[in-house]
Design a protein around this ligand. Structure first.
Ligand code: ADP
Ligand code: MG
Length: 561
């Protein structure tokens, strides 16, 4: 068979350089990543076989093996899962197929020193390639379920990798690392030691639902001991909260989300009765880079009685909670359930409502009891949560109560609508806001002048979605939400009526000027009128209710509408 050599994509090459010279302090995680991939591959094969019994694959003993050889200085992680075809290896392993690749590459180029590069690794997470933190060469042999030929991929992580077709590949995938020279002092990180491997697996992969076994070596007396299963295989969501440590939950989060950082919140939920399910949900601590793109993959996995059914199950949570990761294990669904069926299912809809309520109440609790965590949450996910104000009228009140906004009340920090209402001036009927690109641009807007002069608080809304929800929602606790930029704003309440006569007189006086301006500006504007809203600027542009801005068009596109 011929061996072909390929060059890594530029981004992949950069990433590999980073791995090879890695200063990432926790190199042990490479094993977690390889085990995580193996576990996914086993999930996929079991499912493929369930869907198609004729598939030529053996699912009688699905497992993961970790095989070490101290003399050869190798470590192999082997699974008998779904495997990859020749083309898949090229696509999945030869490039960085991750979301946010462009972002990553850009930040990587900008990372000046080792410390910031280390931060990047932790931030983006690098699955398979993390092997190069400890290996100077990686080899992967794989065969896709149902295919007769296998593929061998190999690389020293430098600029190129080689691919060849092999005849005799066993089912699944094996990844062999040739370990970098040993540091004799560092017994803790000797990856050929059974003790080290057992410790790492226990720490990071105990909950993996497939057996992770060692491969026993022949002893001096010629006998071969039994293979040892290193993990307990207990699904975390099926265990009681007291039994599971936060660290264990966090490792499950990392496995599901492919994020290397800790989650912000862990939420456990259980329902018994006619429709039984267990849910373990996580709120990440950072918004993913592709949250607003159409291809964004949600992170809640569906299981049926411990059997993995699908990734990114969109029926489980509304779109505005698409950043939530986790597992839902439902007892009463068919293993063959499809996405279409799930969308229709009455029980699933009930479950979605319950999970949504639970998540929103968690946000509320966070706000009340953990202001710092709430601040992080709102910074990362506030704008996507506000999409719910448009789509989820059932939870509108809860969402409004959970939301925070920048306001002229304070230079920094956010306010709630409730606090705004409490501060409203005597005689002030409405909640005022202005939307714009940034706090600064809003504050410099001529629309703000009269409000500043009168000391009336204005909410400063800078997310694209803000322009829409304020119209859709319309009011809070009986107070109208009013843009200071749209149409007429009545600042003085009843005094305005008295002013009316005067306004009319002024109108006549300035009719010629207004007419001339309208003529000059032509189709660019709808109307020219006199205003009481300005104190310093001679004029300003006002939009009519219902006009779409470019920021909004982008948002709608991102939401797939
Ligand atoms: P991620 O797991 O986040 O997708 P990785 O770098 O860990 O990223 O792996 C890239 C892809 O390579 C996986 O998504 C999967 O499709 C494929 N892959 C990796 N390891 C295996 C394996 N053991 N069996 C089958 N496919 C694998
Ligand atoms: Mg992975």
């Amino acid at each position: 068979m011929t061996t072909e050599t390929f060059e890594f994509q530029v981004e992949a090459r950069q990433l590999l350089q980073l791995m090879i010279h890695s200063v990432y302090s926790n190199k042990d995680v490479f094993l977690r990543e390889l085990v995580s991939n193996a576990s996914d591959a086993l999930d996929k094969l079991r499912l493929a076989k369930l869907r198609d019994d004729a598939l030529d694959a053996d699912v009688s003993d699905l497992h993961i093996e970790i095989d070490t050889d101290a003399e050869a200085r190798t470590l192999t992680v082997r699974d008998n899962g779904i495997g990859m075809s020749y083309d898949e290896v090229g696509q999945l392993i030869g490039t960085i197929a991750h979301s946010g690749t462009a972002e990553f590459a850009k930040e990587l180029r900008e990372a000046q020193d080792a410390d910031s590069a280390e931060g990047l690794i932790g931030q983006f997470g690098v699955g398979f390639y993390s092997g190069f933190m400890v290996a100077d060469e990686m080899t992967l042999v794989t065969r896709h379920a149902g295919e007769s030929h296998g593929t061998r991929w190999s690389s020293r992580g430098e600029g190129t990798y080689s691919l060849e077709t092999v005849d005799d590949a066993p089912q699944g995938t094996s990844v062999t690392l040739h370990l970098k020279p040993a540091d004799d002092e560092d017994k803790l990180h000797d990856y050929t030691s059974a003790w080290t491997i057992r410790d790492i697996v226990k720490r990071y992969s105990d909950f993996i639902t497939w057996p992770i076994r060692t491969v026993p070596r022949q002893g001096e007396d010629g006998t071969v001991p039994e293979a040892e299963t290193l993990n307990s295989m207990k699904a975390l969501w099926a265990r009681s909260r007291e039994e599971v440590s936060d660290d264990e939950y966090h490792e499950l989060y990392k496995h599901i989300s492919h994020d290397w950082r800790e989650p912000l919140e862990t939420i456990r939920l259980q329902a018994e009765g006619t429709f039984e399910y267990q849910a373990l949900l996580f709120v990440p601590s950072h918004a993913p880079h592709d949250l607003y793109t159409q291809g964004y993959k949600r992170g809640v996995q569906l299981y049926v009685k411990r059997v993995f059914i699908m990734d990114d199950c969109e029926a489980l949570l509304p779109s505005y909670l698409r950043f939530v990761k986790g597992v839902v294990d439902a007892a009463d669904l068919s293993l063959n359930v499809s996405r279409e069926i799930l969308q229709q299912d009455r029980h699933i809809r009930m479950m979605q409502r319950r999970l949504t309520k639970k998540l929103l109440s968690t946000v509320k609790e966070m706000r009340e009891n953990a202001p710092e965590r709430y601040a992080t949450f709102w910074r990362e996910f506030g704008s996507v949560l506000k999409e719910g104000l448009l789509s989820d009228s059932d939870n509108r009140e809860t969402l409004l109560a959970a939301a925070s906004f920048a306001s002229t009340h304070a230079e920094d920090g956010l306010t709630t609508l409730t606090a705004y209402v409490e501060r409203m001036k005597d005689g002030q009927e409405d909640i005022y806001y202005l939307t714009g690109e940034s706090r600064e641009s809003i504050e410099n807007s001529p629309h703000m002048e009269a409000f500043r002069a009168k000391g009336i608080e204005v909410l400063l809304l800078t997310d694209a979605v803000d322009e829409v929800w304020v119209d859709v929602v319309g009011e809070f606790e009986g107070k109208r939400l009013r843009s200071v930029a749209k149409g007429e704003v009545d600042l003085d309440g009843e005094s305005e009526e008295r002013a009316d006569g005067e306004r009319e007189k002024q109108g006549e006086e300035y009719a010629a000027l207004l007419g001339w301006m309208k003529e000059q500006l032509g189709d660019d504007i709808k109307e020219v009128r006199l205003s009481a809203r300005l104190t310093v600027s001679p004029s300003c542009l006002v939009s009519d209710t219902g006009d779409l801005t470019p920021a909004l068009e982008n948002m709608y596109r991102a939401m797939g509408q």
